[in-house]
Design a protein around this ligand. Structure first.
Ligand code: HPA
Ligand code: ZN
Length: 345
């Protein structure tokens, strides 16, 4: 492992900001800021059940995943046109560029939109246009991962896959999100097998609120390449050994876990434990507009709370590029740039 020179604690925030990083767990609908909800509602002549941005923001007090999802799906209902989806993704990319994110693999939830009568073409074409522009405007490699909503049926997931097939070249992979408990990975075994045949990358949320058993079945039945969240894995020593042996990435989201009460306090977060056990974990923002922070906020607050070091920072950034779906030579280029930042800091 790359040995990082000693960096005083007071310089750590600058290092965390400056280091290049990849974001692998960001729901684009979760980057919809309250101000944009209001401006899109106005543009689309929709009436919101909130009188002001402040009133909406006050509703962002969550007790668990479902209490968040109810508000998150309601917020996404202002997205109607291709321009809306483009504007949403462009705004996220501009923000994440400031945080020195060099690679982002962006989740989207088409069923949230197609169930309201918005077409798959509208969603994917708008998001994809912003991803193409990310490279030109910001030098960011941005790509799309389509998620199935696990509270809906596997049949609905198959219909969604079918509707996305004309846009196969615009998505790199498939994910699984929404309410976890009671909707285990095995519910989607057939559709994930089909996606695998199609050559799509596979990931799934597991072990956010759900038990380690869901992480096992995501790996063994869905055959995913990464686990989204996965923080409950530390309750199962055999699972920890498996994740380490197979170097399965965990896309950890500290501020999300705090706001959804997965951990009571950021000081209790198990990210240092996962890293020190040799797992390929990294930091992500999940739904930054709802959870109070984009990438660097997640890094800064988590490091301040847990006392992680520059060595952890290096490992997190390294893991993020390693776990991305870029090819080996592109990963090497990003890791070389990461090494240069650490050497010259
Ligand atoms: N978990 C599950 N589904 C989600 C999340 C999450 O953290 N964010 C958006 N959809
Ligand atoms: Zn998520």
């Amino acid at each position: 492992m790359h040995q990082v020179k000693n960096i005083p604690t007071d310089r750590l925030p600058d290092l965390l900001r400056a280091m290049p990083k990849a974001e692998l767990h960001i729901h684009i609908e979760g980057s919809l800021e309250p101000e944009m909800i209001f401006s899109l509602a106005k543009r689309n002549a929709l009436t919101l059940p909130y009188a002001s941005v402040d009133e909406l923001r006050r509703a962002y007090a969550f007790t668990n995943l479902q209490s968040f999802l109810d508000i998150y799906y309601a917020g996404a209902s202002v997205l109607l046109t291709e321009q809306d989806f483009y504007d949403l993704a462009s705004a996220y990319i501009a923000k994440t560029a400031i945080d020195n994110v060099a690679v982002c693999e962006i989740f989207f939830d088409p069923q949230t939109h197609t169930d309201r009568g918005v077409s798959m073409a509208t969603v994917i074409n708008g998001l994809h246009r912003a991803c193409v522009e990310a490279e030109i405007k910001h030098g960011i490699s941005a790509s799309l991962i389509m998620c199935f909503l696990r509270h809906l049926s596997e049949e609905a997931a198959f219909e969604t896959l079918e509707a996305a097939m004309p846009f196969r070249d615009k998505i790199i992979g498939i994910g699984l999100d929404s309410g976890e408990v009671g909707n285990p990975p095995e519910k989607f075994a057939k559709v994930f097998a089909k996606c695998r045949e199609l050559g799509l990358h596979l990931v799934a949320h597991a072990g956010e609120e759900g038990p380690p058993a869901y992480v096992w079945t995501a790996l063994d039945l869905l055959k995913v390449e990464r686990i989204d969240h996965g923080v409950q894995s530390s309750k199962d020593a055999l699972l920890m050994a498996r994740l380490k042996k197979d170097r399965i990435p965990l896309t950890v989201c500290p501020l999300s876990n705090l706001k959804l009460c997965v951990f009571k306090d950021l000081r209790d977060h198990n990210l240092p434990q996962l890293l020190d056990a040799g797992l390929c974990a990294m930091v992500n923002s999940d739904d930054p507009s709802y959870f109070g922070g984009y990438m660097n906020d997640n890094f800064l607050q988590t490091f301040a709370a847990t006392g992680m070091t520059a060595q952890h920072a290096y490992q997190l950034a390294h893991n993020s590029f390693e776990a991305s779906f870029l090819d080996a030579s592109a990963k090497r280029l990003h890791i070389d740039k990461l090494n240069a930042v650490f050497e010259t800091f």
